[in-house]
Design a protein around this ligand. Structure first.
Ligand SMILES: [Ca+2]
Ligand SMILES: [Ca+2]
Length: 423
């Protein structure tokens, strides 16, 4: 594991990129929130709130409230501190009739703090709005996460995990966290908190475990075997319908690169494997690595969408700054946010960074576009992402920001305007 401020670890083959979270910004996402107060009519049959819990009342949603006058009572355990990331607080919810004063601020109360996963703020930054409003949330699309495995028992992930395999490992359970971070960014569905969702919350995840627990080692042979399996499926034949996925999200990197800074691609064996997969219809979205002087293998592969990291930004009009260690060079393609909250192994949540967490944002956007335009070639999808990315840094493509920060709605509208239709 690579932590911010620590020296780089050298792994035997390929190391995992990961940076432990530096900060977490809670969002007040529920708007007009009021606390329990004496004006709440106890005759309305509210649940007994267990001792030590604090109760908050919020409208279920504007639409729901208008129809049914239903509210959500959210109560939470407030003993102890709020936890480094807020997620250590236990939250329960129940639906009740709205009190008369809901929506009014009650003196002495403060807004309920809803902590975001994977995460609502970064989803806004990559502009998912119009894609989601058009009902594209990844349904029917499967992304292969090639990583440390995934905690498939996590309540925010379990119904999204459609299967998996260990390559060099007996199982695909994640006993480290990294793969669970990645999977949550793609598809966490917010069971625990309705404000919490991944980029493509209805997408399925197929898990390829290719890395050990710490000290993290991911053998190239295992990664190659996983890619091979994803492309050919168990019958080892191309395009027979048993292939688990046609998108790969791979937050793996080496601490070396055989490409020069000005090269737009590299020629390492694993990069060739990625290009081979692309020729057979599987698009790989890969981190460019956390070494600011290069784009590492396999993210430098010509066919890969190489993803760099910008800091999460809460203001859509603000400057989006690249994370200082995010890989640079002409093989960098696109940027996405990092330092985001996501799922962690064991049913928890963490705030984490690195190009590892930027990558699944883009994989999630690809899943949305695949649902919207299932007949389009991967090349067309890639071009749409590049052409519509929000330009950052020097005008046009540059080796520090690639084509810019991914913009999901802009890419979607670009393809719509091109007149593509898939029946
Ligand atoms: Ca097959
Ligand atoms: Ca630029």
């Amino acid at each position: 594991m690579k932590k911010r401020g620590l020296s780089d670890n050298s792994f035997l083959m390929l190391g995992i990129l990961i940076l432990a979270g530096a900060y977490f910004l809670p969002g007040n996402l529920s708007g007009n929130v009021v606390s329990e107060s004496e004006s709440f009519d106890p005759g309305q049959g509210l649940v007994e709130i267990p001792e030590g819990y604090e109760r908050w009342i919020i409208p279920a949603s504007k639409e729901q409230e208008a129809v049914s006058r239903k509210c959500i009572v959210r109560y939470r355990l407030t003993s102890g501190d709020e936890g480094l990331f807020g997620f250590e607080t236990e939250v329960q919810e129940i639906s009740v009739a709205c009190p008369k004063n809901v929506g009014q601020k009650i003196e002495g109360s403060r807004p309920d703090r809803i902590f975001t996963l994977a995460d609502v703020q970064s989803n806004r930054q990559i502009n998912l709005g119009e894609v989601w409003e058009s009902n594209f949330t990844g349904a029917g699309v499967i992304v292969a996460v090639v990583d440390t495995g995934v905690d498939y028992t996590h309540p925010d992930l379990s119904d999204s995990i459609i299967g998996g395999m260990g390559f060099g490992y007996p199982d695909f359970y994640d006993d480290y966290n990294h793969g669970t971070f990645v999977a949550g960014t793609i598809t966490a569905n917010g069971k625990i908190n309705s404000s919490i969702v991944g980029v493509a919350p209805d997408a399925g995840i197929w898990v390829a475990r290719v890395c050990s627990k710490p000290p993290i080692v991911c053998f190239e042979s295992d990664i190659s075997a996983a890619i091979e399996y994803i492309v050919r499926g168990p019958d080892k034949k191309f395009r027979t319908g048993d292939e688990p996925a046609n998108i790969i999200s791979m937050s793996l990197s080496s601490d070396w690169s055989d490409s020069k800074w000005k090269d737009r691609q590299c020629d390492a064996p694993l990069a060739r494997k990625v290009n081979w997969a692309f020729r057979h219809g599987v698009l790989s979205v890969i981190a460019v690595g956390n070494y600011e002087w290069t784009v590492t293998v396999p993210g430098c592969a010509k066919s890969a969408i190489g993803v760099g990291a910008v800091y999460k930004s809460l203001d859509p009009d603000s400057w989006e700054e690249r994370v200082y260690y995010s890989g640079t060079g002409y093989a960098l393609d696109i940027m996405a946010p990092t330092y985001v909250g996501t799922t962690s192994a064991g049913g928890g949540y963490e705030n984490v960074g690195g190009t590892s967490l930027a990558t699944p944002h883009v994989a999630g956007v690809v899943a949305l576009l695949k649902q919207a335009f299932p007949c389009l070639d991967n090349d067309v999808l890639r071009v749409a992402l590049y052409k519509t990315a929000k330009d950052l840094g020097d005008k046009g493509f540059d080796p520090y920001y690639g084509h810019g920060r991914v913009d999901a709605s802009a890419a979607y509208n670009y393809l719509l305007k091109k007149g593509y239709k898939c029946k």
